[in-house]
Design a protein around this ligand. Structure first.
Ligand SMILES: [Zn+2]
Length: 245
């Protein structure tokens, strides 16, 4: 039996790809320093990129506006951090103040998958969410311009929300040292007064994250992930990974 804490995201995602016959889905596993994540959130390391090849971007940029409109990408990719499932889960739980860990768990709690390792499910769900974005692009036959203009309003909302988050961090810049203690290990060391100071900060980030999940583009990807989670053979995947039947 393998130690669940050591199972790497790459192995889980490869099992899911195998289970769903997703040979043509490119996933890039990026080496990251997990100590650098907390203030930016995991989003900056886990995303879908419509055009991942620098060479293709160059070619695309040299095209006429007319040709750009019809250009189909051949290098879309999902970026995923090259860490263990346990590390990913700890980042969501401890280093991300947006409440995303709870939001995801709320979304999947009705799927009757509680008996499986929550760390592994988190990896599978976040991967399937990005796969949902891949599917959105595929529906536009990989024409990036069509995809982008279809979700234009969503991108604008996303930008507004990320500006709001940036402003929150800016407003609480002087409490940076306290914000870093907002994790289960250190939170006890905060005084009642300090917790009171940070309340609007945490509340603000939670609200932004919930509004983000309501953006149609994101909601679609979440719904896709939920549907897929019910369709894949979790038992087989978990068995291949852990040897636990
Ligand atoms: Zn998304």
């Amino acid at each position: 039996m393998k130690n669940i804490n050591r199972i790497r995201c790459v192995d889980i995602i490869n099992e899911v790809k195998l289970n769903l016959s997703l040979n043509d889905i490119t996933v890039v596993f990026d080496d990251i320093n997990i100590n650098e994540i907390p203030n930016k959130g995991i989003d900056s390391f886990l995303y879908f990129n419509t055009m991942d090849s620098e060479k293709e971007k160059e070619i695309y940029n040299s095209l006429s506006e007319e040709k750009k409109l019809k250009y189909k990408t051949s290098s879309c990719a999902i970026h995923y951090p090259n860490i263990s499932a346990y590390e990913l889960s700890s980042i969501y739980k401890n280093g991300d103040y947006t409440g995303l860990y709870d939001i995801i768990n709320e979304m999947i709690k009705d799927l009757h998958i509680n008996s499986y390792s929550s760390e592994i499910i988190l990896v599978i769900f976040t991967f399937l969410h990005e796969l949902g974005h891949w599917k959105q692009l595929a529906e536009f036959d990989y024409v990036v311009c069509d995809f982008n203009s279809h979700y234009y309003l969503d991108y604008q909302t996303e930008e507004k929300l990320s500006k709001r988050a940036e402003k929150l961090y800016e407003d609480y810049k002087e409490y940076h040292h306290l914000i870093e203690k907002l994790n289960p290990v250190d939170i006890q060391s905060l005084s009642e007064e300090e917790v009171r100071i940070l309340e609007p900060f945490v509340f603000g980030l939670n609200r932004i994250q919930r509004e983000y999940r309501n953006i149609p583009k994101e909601m679609e990807a979440d719904n896709f992930a939920k549907k897929m989670l019910q369709n894949i053979n979790l038992k087989t995947i978990i068995y291949s990974l852990t040897g636990i039947d």
